[in-house]
Design a protein around this ligand. Structure first.
Ligand SMILES: [Zn+2]
Length: 318
């Protein structure tokens, strides 16, 4: 009995494989897409919507610089129709996998390839590579959205009109978000715009919104902050009277706590301004689980924490 069942299952499987490959276009089966970070997955989901099924390998709180693909991840990638990743060496430990994909005939794309090279920020501290935290410029993310739409159309031309409509609607939302963020940040005087975080993820944000950004660790969390870095940074915070420094959701708190202690040991105080989403979105199903919600949450956290010394100073002079 068992053998008969097995043979008939194999028969059904072969028939299914045959019919899928011949009828996929007619049936419009959802493209199976694997993304590395949940930031990239959110972008792809917004363009592909109901025409695709998206899996994100990395969830909330996961550090992409250090992430190593599991055997399950490799299987998911192998079974996907299309793979999207950030690129510019963000996923530093997955480079070998990405290099192998084209020779396997797998459609795989770095969303950073959709952004003009002149928009990249170069960094000597990241082995001469470009800074991979491209999503912290909304302009860049609009380019990335256009690129994702183009690639989805290449892989699923029947749904071209659908992808183009989704792109239009998402670009519109991104443009509105950029405007509201800009308005919110304009409340913060230029002198207050110094952002101290655990690692250098916010250079694009700093460039777009006129912040000086300082990360305790470098571009990648793979490099650790040394004692001297902590002391230098503590001096900088005291000198500039910076009221708050920030923890990141995907980086352990210790380095920022060490920096806070170093400032306190100089007889000064610096607050923890809250947690920023740097290299991962929040949990899915929460506002911070989307790119737009994440960006708005970060900006609210930053503006609320850094405007406090304005209030202190005005009360000092009263
Ligand atoms: Zn990072």
């Amino acid at each position: 009995m068992k053998l008969v069942l097995k043979i008939s299952l194999i028969g059904a499987l072969i028939f299914n494989l045959w019919s899928c490959s011949n009828e996929a276009k007619v049936e419009h089966e959802a493209l199976q897409i694997v993304c590395t970070t949940n930031i990239v997955a959110d972008l792809v989901q917004n363009i592909g919507k109901d025409s695709i099924d998206v899996i994100s390998l990395m969830g909330a709180g996961v550090d992409p610089h250090l992430y190593k693909a599991s055997e399950g991840d490799v299987n998911r990638i192998t079974n996907a129709d299309v793979v999207f990743f950030n690129g510019l060496h963000l996923e530093g430990k997955m480079a070998e996998i990405f290099e192998r994909l084209p020779s396997m005939g797998k459609a795989s794309y770095a969303v950073s390839d959709g952004i003009p090279e002149e928009n990249y920020i170069s960094s000597e501290n990241f082995s001469g590579n470009y800074d991979p935290h491209i999503w912290f410029s909304v302009d860049n993310w609009i380019y990335a959205a256009e690129y994702v739409s183009k690639k989805l159309i290449e892989n699923d031309p029947d749904s071209q009109a659908y992808y183009e409509e989704n792109l239009r609607s998402y670009k519109n939302k991104l443009e509105k978000t950029r405007k509201s963020i800009k308005d919110q940040i304009s409340l913060l005087p230029k002198d207050n715009r110094i952002l101290v975080t655990a690692h250098d993820a916010f250079s694009y944000f700093g460039k777009d919104f006129d912040f000086q950004v300082v990360g305790l660790q470098g571009i990648s969390t793979a490099s650790e902050a040394g004692t001297r870095d902590v002391l230098d940074m503590a001096n900088f915070i005291v000198e500039k009277k910076i009221p708050a420094i920030f923890v990141e959701s995907s980086v352990p708190k210790q380095t920022i706590l060490a920096l806070q202690s170093a400032v306190q040991s100089k007889g000064e105080d610096v607050k923890l301004g809250g947690t920023l989403y740097s290299d991962a979105l929040g949990n899915s199903g929460t506002p911070e689980g989307t790119y737009i919600g994440m960006f708005q949450a970060n900006v609210s956290t930053i503006v609320n924490a850094l405007k406090t010394n304005l209030e202190d100073e005005s009360s000092d002079t009263d």
